[in-house]
Structure formats: structure tokens, C-alpha cells
Design a protein around this ligand. Structure first.
Ligand code: SAM
Ligand code: SF4
Length: 360
């Protein structure tokens, strides 16, 4: 690698300008950066990749984010809400298949019935799996009291992406009301940390109006916020969303993908002890996308264990992968894929973020 670039990494000189230099790397220097990200992970965490069985249990959402295919104003989506016994069945599947932990994700709702239902489900899953299955929630913005309640009922990780750390850009991506405010997003992330959760966030890469400088500042934000887990992936357009109108201004998909790989490798070098997911959106662009992300420093994958007949209705963006495979197909093909890149499944382990234990 070019000496000036190597100096940035050796000196941990994570200024905005330096980060832009790393994010724009292509060719041989990019290859070196991605290898350094992967090597850094192997040295700090070893070759294990942790599984989180992902249950997308409902696409009913009260929000209207301009980028998302299941936003409430998309009338073309068939809405579903998985019954409790199907969610418990998926949890049992994850447990039996040694996934170690589970992610419950859905559109955002904060009504009392929903909050109580999640609370009960958490207790049931814990009981059913003798407390062995770790539980991550990805259920959007809630009150500090709700976060605390769910933490006490057995969830121990929470994912809420900041989407972009730039207030102005965030505002352009969401309706301008209290439900979609950037300030509220930040307050929620703080409340998640305060409730005791291992706290995960992340950004989309290649959004309309987003530059490498925005992404460099996103990386600085993740570090300053002291996050424990990160999920980042390319933004992928969906026809039935307002942002689709801006598609002519987007970076080509290949550029979004390559930049996302550089984001993963750079963040791994900046924060060696966090957990980082190889996201499904990477695979949507490149069939080996998640493997490439793992080789660059990601150490978590989230096999989709939502019943396969419903998956096609959780279309956040077009060409979302794994929408027509059964959960077992996904599980088997993943083990082989990990083996191919010299990684091992961290079966039966929660695979917690080491960063969390340094932070609390
Ligand atoms: N409703 C919850 C929330 O917003 O946190 C959880 C589900 S939401 C669908 C999960 C993530 O999907 C969002 O944080 C967003 O980053 C991602 N997402 C939504 N639309 C996307 C798109 N068009 N391309 C890539 N990622 C997208
Ligand atoms: Fe709803 Fe989450 Fe999609 Fe926003 S990103 S519309 S909150 S599901």
C-alpha cells in the first residue's frame, strides 16, 4: 500500500480527509485495505462468524421513510403479521440449528398492544430455550421505558440504524414531522445504550445526495458514539418509494458496493472489537457480497428464518436475496460459503460485542 495511506492507518489518523482517501481507494490499494480489515478481525476475534437467525415477523409500519419498500404509504405491499406461535417456532428452529441468537425485526409500531406483545414473546422465547438463545431487537424508535422493559424481559442487543449521521441529509430522506426527526433518532440511540443494550447502528451507502465526505463523517460518528455493533450496506432503490424519482443521480450499484466494502474494512481498523454484520444488501448486488464483506472485516451474518411464503412481502428494496428459499437451504449454503473463505460458524454462541464489555 502507498506509504501515505499506510501512515494514516498506522497512526490512526481518522480525520475526515484521510477517511475519504481510504473510502475512494480502488484497484491494488483497495485490495490491500480490504485485506488489512480482514487480518485485523482475525487477529482480534479469530475466524468465527456469528449467526443471528433473522425473523422479519411483520411488515406493518407506521412510518414513511422515503427509501423503504414497506413504508406505510406503499399500498402495493400485502401486509402480514406473523402469529406468536410461528415466531416461537422460528426461535426453536434457530436454537435447534445452533444459531446462538435471534433477531426480531419488523416495521415500526409503538402502540401498547405491540409493546406488551413483544414483552411476552421475549419471556416465552427465553423460557422455551432455557435462556440459551440470545435475542436482538430491531423494532425502531420506542420510549426509554419500553427499551428498559424489553431489556429486562430478556433482549440484550438492539439495532437502530442512524441511516446517515448528517442531519440535513437525514431530513431529506424522511417526512418532516416529529415521528421522523433526526433529534429523536439520536435520543433513541442514547436511550438504547442507557437501557443496557449492546447497541447497534449503521448507515446506508450511496444514498441520493450522499458524498464520500458524508460517509467519512458517518465513520467518525460511529466511533464517537461508542457503538458496539454495526450494520452497513448499500442503499438499493425500490420503485414504490419517493426516493425512486432520484435514481438518475445515484452512484452505479457497483460503486455503492465497493464503497461499502471500504467502509467495512476502514471501520474494522478504527474499531477492532465491535461486531459488524455482512448485510443482505451486499448480497443483493453481488452474489458473493456477504463473503467479500466478511473477508474485509465483518463477523456476523443474519440468515433469514422468516417462513418463506411471507418473505416476498418484506421487500425493502428490489432483488432482495433469499426471498424464496426455506430456512434450512439458507443455513446449509451458509456453512459451505463460510468454509470457502476460511471462516468458521460460531455455533451455539451469542457472539457478543467485545466492545460492549470495554464500554460498560
Ligand atoms: N423498522 C425498523 C427500523 O427502521 O429500524 C427495522 C426494520 S427496517 C426495514 C431495517 C433497515 O432496513 C433500516 O434501518 C434501513 O437501513 C434498511 N433499509 C430500508 N430500506 C432500504 C433500502 N431501500 N435499501 C437498503 N436498506 C434499506
Ligand atoms: Fe418502517 Fe423501518 Fe421501513 Fe422506516 S425503515 S418505513 S421505520 S420499516
Amino acid at each position: 500500500m502507498d506509504k501515505a495511506l499506510q501512515d494514516i492507518i498506522d497512526n490512526k489518523a481518522w480525520t475526515e480527509d484521510n477517511l475519504v482517501k481510504l473510502l475512494e481507494l480502488r484497484g491494488k490499494d483497495q485490495k490491500d485495505l480490504l485485506k488489512m480489515g480482514g487480518d485485523c478481525l482475525l487477529q482480534t476475534r479469530g475466524s468465527e462468524v456469528y449467526y443471528r437467525g433473522l425473523v422479519e415477523f411483520s411488515n406493518i409500519c407506521t412510518k414513511d421513510c422515503y427509501y423503504c419498500g414497506i413504508r406505510k404509504s406503499n399500498r402495493e405491499t400485502d401486509r402480514y403479521d406473523l402469529p406468536d406461535d410461528a415466531i416461537l417456532e422460528a426461535a426453536a428452529f434457530a436454537h435447534e440449528n445452533k444459531y446462538g441468537s435471534l433477531v426480531l425485526q419488523s416495521g415500526e409500531r409503538d402502540d401498547e398492544g405491540f409493546v406488551n406483545r413483544i414483552d411476552e414473546l421475549l419471556k416465552k422465547i427465553k423460557r422455551q430455550t432455557n435462556g440459551e438463545l440470545g435475542i436482538t431487537l430491531s423494532l425502531g424508535e420506542q420510549t426509554p421505558e419500553t427499551y428498559k422493559r424489553w431489556f429486562e424481559s430478556g433482549a440484550h442487543r438492539y439495532l437502530l440504524r442512524i441511516e446517515t449521521s448528517d442531519k440535513e441529509l437525514y431530513t431529506q430522506l424522511h417526512p418532516s414531522d416529529d415521528k421522523h426527526s433526526f433529534t429523536k433518532r439520536l435520543e433513541c440511540l442514547k436511550a438504547i445504550q442507557n437501557a443496557g443494550f449492546q447497541t447497534g447502528t449503521g448507515v446506508m451507502i450511496g444514498l441520493p445526495g450522499q458524498s464520500l465526505k458524508h460517509l467519512a463523517r458517518d465513520l467518525q460518528f460511529l466511533m464517537d458514539f461508542d457503538v458496539d455493533m454495526v450494520g452497513m450496506g448499500p442503499y438499493i432503490e425500490h420503485e414504490e418509494t419517493p426516493l425512486y424519482d432520484q435514481r438518475s443521480s445515484l452512484w452505479p450499484l457497483g460503486e455503492r458496493f465497493l464503497t461499502a466494502l471500504n467502509m467495512v474494512a476502514t471501520l474494522r481498523l478504527m474499531m477492532p472489537d465491535i461486531n459488524m454484520a455482512a448485510t443482505t444488501a451486499m448480497q443483493a448486488i453481488d452474489p458473493m457480497g456477504r463473503e467479500k464483506a466478511m473477508k474485509a472485516g465483518a463477523n456476523v451474518i443474519m440468515p433469514n428464518i422468516t417462513p418463506s411464503n411471507l418473505r416476498r412481502n418484506y421487500l425493502l428494496y428490489q432483488n432482495k436475496p433469499c426471498t424464496d428459499e426455506g430456512a434450512e437451504d439458507c443455513s446449509n449454503c451458509l456453512s459451505v460459503r463460510l468454509e470457502m473463505i476460511g471462516r468458521t460458524p460460531g455455533f451455539n454462541k451469542w457472539g457478543d460485542s467485545l466492545h460492549y464489555f470495554q464500554r460498560v
